[in-house]
Design a binder for this molecule. Structure first.
Ligand code: ADP
Ligand code: MG
Length: 316
């Protein structure tokens, strides 16, 4: 769907922001670009809709180079969501969402229906919000409008540049969950930039880890977590480790009749497990409301030690 063929971006001051980048993003894929600040994520994204021109190499959408599309057509057919979306303050929410449909000269009826559909899709009641002004919405709600606006004219591709990073953790989590839901219900190719590895692992079908304008690794969340290609990727993903899930079910001890009053769900994270075990010797593990076994510190440490060995072998 979107192909980068040895793409380089050299800014006027000779900064090499993107360096011989090859990427192939598939149709309907949720593709995440991640890496430290300044590694070239925004530049990569903006070259897709030609907000920035490439210096060398080519970008294709389908079989056609982006430079061969009419630039307005290209932009209208690619949704774009920024960290702090700029809604037009004097226009209503409905008008803000309908900018591209209006440019495309949709009928009033079609636009009206689409606005309601989109507001519902992003979790805002159309009856309440369609006639409000942006200033009457919270930051999280405004970002939702940004997502709705990007989806408005049903583009095939959506580019998102750290769309949730300015939000408080709760709004952020809500929007991420909405994105997960949207991802399952609409067929879109999404290129999503973040510097938050948890967000990347949660949302991405595939993740590209960038450093200094290059793609170090492209892979599924599982690949990135368990088969990092080098120490940089391993450390980058390592920030996530503390919160990793552990497969409690696979090593619980059988229930032995001792009364244990401390419980955890079978899908608890490693951090939660270790925290509980620092206070209590044994913990009862529950799944779907039923007790499935016990764990103690020893069993968890053994499990982790085995995992380390497995990982060590993978990296040899
Ligand atoms: P990211 O989004 O990963 O933080 P950017 O793509 O914004 O990275 O920037 C990549 C590199 O290019 C950085 O070193 C940045 O300072 C530089 N850069 C970005 N925009 C410009 C510009 N207009 N002129 C010169 N250098 C730029
Ligand atoms: Mg950026």
């Amino acid at each position: 769907m979107i192909t980068f063929d040895k793409v380089t971006k050299l800014y006027d001051d000779r900064t090499k922001a993107v360096d011989q980048l090859d990427l192939h993003i598939q149709e309907n894929e949720f593709f995440v670009l991640i890496g430290p600040s300044g590694c070239g994520k925004t530049t990569t994204l903006k070259m897709i809709n030609r907000l920035i021109d490439v210096s060398e190499g080519n970008i294709f959408i389908g079989d056609k180079k982006v430079t061969d599309y009419d630039i307005h057509e290209l932009r209208w057919n690619i949704g774009y969501v920024l960290q702090q979306i700029a809604l037009f303050p004097h226009m209503t929410i409905a008008e803000n969402i309908a900018v591209v449909p209006e440019l495309k000269k949709w009928s009033k009826k079609k636009m009206h229906d689409r606005i309601d559909e989109l507001l519902e899709m992003v979790g805002l009641d159309p009856a309440v919000y369609r006639d409000r002004k942006p200033a009457e919405l919270s930051g999280g709600q405004q970002q939702r409008i940004g997502v709705a606006r990007a989806l408005a004219a049903d583009p095939r591709i959506i580019l998102m540049d750290e769309p949730f990073s300015a939000l408080d953790p709760i709004s952020r989590e809500k929007l991420q969950n909405d994105m997960l839901h949207l991802k399952r219900t609409i067929n879109k190719t999404v290129v999503f930039v973040t510097h938050d590895i948890r967000e990347a692992l949660k949302l991405g079908d595939r993740i590209c880890i960038m450093k200094e304008g290059k793609a170090l690794q492209v892979g599924t969340p599982d690949d990135i977590l368990h088969k990092p290609v080098n120490p940089f990727v391993r450390d980058f993903v390592g920030a996530h480790r503390q919160d990793e899930r552990i497969d409690l079910e696979s090593f619980v001890l059988p229930l032995d009749g001792t009364a244990v009053s401390h419980r955890l769900s079978a899908d608890a994270s490693l951090a939660e497990v270790l925290e509980k075990l620092s206070q209590h010797e044994k913990i009862l593990i529950e799944k779907d409301g039923k007790s499935i076994g016990l764990i103690d510190r020893q069993t968890v440490i053994e499990y982790m030690a085995n995992r380390l060995n497995e990982r060590g072998r993978e990296h040899e």
